[in-house]
Design a protein around this ligand. Sequence first.
Ligand SMILES: [Cu+2]
Length: 81
Amino acid sequence: MALVNHTGRAHNLHLHGAHRPEHDGWEPVPPMSESVYEIEAGPVGVHPYHCHLAPLAEHVARGLYGMLIVDPRESGRRPRK
Ligand SMILES: [Cu+2]
């Protein structure tokens, strides 16, 4: 997954999940640049991510967060009732 920073401030994409430390998203991505995070989809579940630069609450309040949902490969996600 890639973070393309078209803003005038540095951001990053800190991942909460299983991945190699060098792709943990702590490094700032300067304005008008991008960073690619190499991660594997797993384990099954919900993996939040967010910008982790100060002031963190401001970055998150402006919507710099999200989640990856990893479904089981064989069975997929059960239909909602
Ligand atoms: Cu940010």
